[in-house]
Write a protein that binds this ligand. Structure first.
Ligand SMILES: [Cu+2]
Length: 170
């Protein structure tokens, strides 16, 4: 179901940190700290600025968000699903059209984005027509980092995320 605005939108930004194994070995922790300090180590993915412009109909909506990787290993978003919708597909915009994306790489110490005029998430079959302030849950599955659930708020059609420059098209 689609959550009303009272749902915790703050949960939209989730960070999956490298899991410190429960062995409690001080040496192991030191080695991990050293790897992180030198910029090596596993992928550490976080999601920022997720939003869905208010769709005209529940049958189709577009989703946008930014993926950041603070770790020293690239990761790939390989699947997106939603308990609130029938399908979620990764798409790349091409000249006047679009095509499915198999996956999206998030480089080490880098970012990858679904943003207006570029890659986008195509969400079909929402349970019902959402209203501004509702949230839709997306489950982002990464090749290395597992699945991250994100509550994505519905925004007005004219919304632009903070930090979105004028450089991107449309
Ligand atoms: Cu599309």
């Amino acid at each position: 179901m689609i959550r009303p605005r009272t749902a915790a939108v703050g949960a939209a930004v989730l960070t999956v940190a490298a899991t410190l194994a429960g062995c409690g070995s001080p040496g192991g922790t030191d080695r991990l700290s050293a790897r992180l300090a030198t910029g090596e180590g596993p992928a550490r993915i976080s999601v920022s600025d997720p939003y869905i412009p208010l769709p005209a109909a529940p049958s189709m909506a577009a989703g946008y968000l930014t993926l950041s990787n603070a770790g020293g290993t690239a990761d790939r978003l390989v699947k997106v699903a939603s308990p609130d919708a029938r399908t979620v597909t990764m798409h790349r915009s091409t000249a006047g059209s679009m095509e499915p994306l198999k996956d999206l790489e998030v480089p080490a110490h880098g970012t990858a984005a679904f943003s207006r005029g570029g890659n986008h998430l195509m969400i079909t079959g929402l349970d019902r027509r959402p209203a501004v302030g509702d949230t839709v849950e997306l489950e982002l599955t990464f090749a290395g980092s597992g699945t991250i659930a994100v509550r994505v708020p519905i925004k007005p059609l004219t919304y632009r995320p903070p930090g979105a420059g004028t450089a991107s098209g449309s």
